[in-house]
Design a protein around this ligand. Structure first.
Ligand code: SF4
Length: 222
């Protein structure tokens, strides 16, 4: 049975295993830096994003105003370590234009969560996962972020819908967990940490996992 209680139990086990670990948006980061990270992490690893963020920081470009003052070529050069740098520079430009349209980052982020998500999704280069990461970690409002890690872990545990559809997966969580922003922010972080450290795509470390008893996949790994 896939109940709220199941999701609570999984959360508690993840906390037991990973609460001590550090994660890039935990505790909360600066909103613009979170947003830039959420855009740059598309199709790459966080390590590459860190290199790009370090260059942006060094160039004092981690503010809407500063980025707005840079040329396309300058942004491309700064975000080069995150890969697909021309496209990502264009996405950052599109986000900066959205901010300008709303009279500043504070005004944009204080829109009602549903409206903010809508505006983000209407912006070039921002899909549901990036939009929800921005709502959750930059605007600090409840939005359950779904990614490949979430689908991998939950499917192995026999949870979640039998589809990869983003909306259905999000509904699965939203209908079973109270809309508690901090809980959702930690839940997503813990899933990412678990999948990086133990529930890896190949050779998961099931022998070290506190979820092994309730996991149908356990034993397939090391
Ligand atoms: S038992 Fe293995 S497959 Fe199952 S959740 Fe844990 S690490 Fe992942």
């Amino acid at each position: 049975m896939r109940t709220s209680e199941d999701l609570r139990k999984i959360y508690a086990r993840l906390e037991q295993m990973h609460a001590w670990r550090g994660w890039h948006w935990w505790p909360d980061g600066e909103p613009f830096e979170v947003i830039v990270g959420a855009i740059l992490v598309q199709n790459t690893s966080w390590t590459n994003v860190e290199h790009a963020l370090a260059r942006l920081r060094e160039a004092h470009a981690l503010s809407v105003e500063a980025m707005d003052g840079l040329s396309d070529e300058e942004i491309e050069e700064l975000v080069r370590p995150s890969g697909q740098y021309r496209m990502k520079a264009k996405k950052l430009r599109a986000f900066v234009a959205l901010v300008r349209e709303h009279g500043g980052l504070g005004c944009l982020l204080s829109l009602e969560a549903g409206r903010l998500r809508e505006r983000l999704l209407a912006t070039w280069g921002i899909g549901p996962e990036t939009a929800d990461a921005i709502v959750l970690y930059a605007a600090k409002r409840p939005a359950f972020v779904i990614d490949a890690y979430t689908q991998r872990l939950m499917s192995r545990l026999g949870q979640g819908p039998a589809t990869t559809d983003y909306g259905e997966w999000q509904r699965f969580f939203v209908e079973r967990l109270e809309p508690d922003r901090d809980l959702w922010a930690r839940y997503h972080a813990l899933i990412v940490l678990h999948c990086k450290h133990l529930c890896r795509k190949r050779a998961p470390k099931c022998g070290e996992c506190l979820l092994a008893e309730e996991c149908g996949f356990s034993g397939a790994g090391g």
